[in-house]
Design a protein around this ligand. Structure first.
Ligand SMILES: [Zn+2]
Length: 236
């Protein structure tokens, strides 16, 4: 790692997504030039994005992974080049609160950005995926109708980030993880899980690169509203 360290690339501030700007037209293939690991969504809020080992997966509202066309675009994605330096094997069965406690212990400071990968066996996983939107609706209303999916005794990978609270207008604060099954066929935005034999890999990122969209919707949107309550409900 260079002296400068790695950085998190965020394609657009998350507050635009919360305000219902679901088309920021960033090409997914351009996202891949900024990182090989991360999460996001697609234009028109057409499912959850997982980027792992340089491959992009689109987990749509049917809970299934779909091929991502070369011209696919995104209103919001966060990626980094994942080069973890800290590992912990968790062999015992854990509930979600216990997992969060362990992650809290592993991250040396909550004021830093971290990329987090959990890989292995889960006794239980619950995810959601956002349904494609044809008309304007704020994110918090969309997620009230989100399809949810349950998995039992499943192997897979969780991909995501820890973001400090004070960055909550640009990225989702706290832990934000997306799940992909080992066969890469199913998954979604993580709601809760019970790991049972996983490896946790961690990397800190002391830099942020933030894209500001050039769409008319973005350039003319008012961002006066306090979106924190909406963001908390929509993303956790
Ligand atoms: Zn998500």
């Amino acid at each position: 790692m260079s002296r400068k360290g790695s950085s998190l690339y965020i394609s657009a501030p998350v507050n635009a997504l919360v305000e219902g700007l679901y088309r920021e037209d960033t090409l997914v293939r351009d996202i891949l030039e900024q990182g090989d690991f991360g999460i996001g969504t697609f234009n028109d809020l057409d499912g959850e994005m997982v980027v792992v080992d340089g491959r992009v997966y689109q987990l749509r509202a049917d809970g299934l992974s779909h091929d991502v066309p070369d011209e696919a675009r995104t209103p919001f994605a966060c990626v980094t080049f994942f080069r973890p330096y800290s590992f912990e094997d968790l062999d015992q069965p854990l509930d979600y609160a216990q997992l969060i406690d362990i992650l809290d212990r592993m991250v040396p400071s909550k004021n830093m950005l971290y990329a987090i990968r959990l890989e292995g066996h889960f006794d239980y996983v619950r995810t959601r995926s956002v349904p494609r939107q044809d008309a304007y609706k704020p994110l918090v209303e969309v997620t009230r109708e989100q399809p949810e999916f349950e998995f039992e005794n499943v192997r897979g990978t969780m991909v995501g980030f820890w973001t400090p609270d004070f960055l909550s207008s640009v990225a989702v604060p706290g832990y934000h993880l997306h799940f992909l099954t080992e066969d890469c066929q199913r998954g979604g935005h993580l709601l809760t899980c019970k790991p049972h034999g996983i490896r946790v890999s961690l990397q800190h990122m002391p830099n942020i690169q933030l894209g500001l969209p050039m769409t008319l919707d973005y350039l003319t949107q008012g961002f006066d509203r306090d979106i924190q309550a909406d963001l908390n409900e929509a993303e956790h």
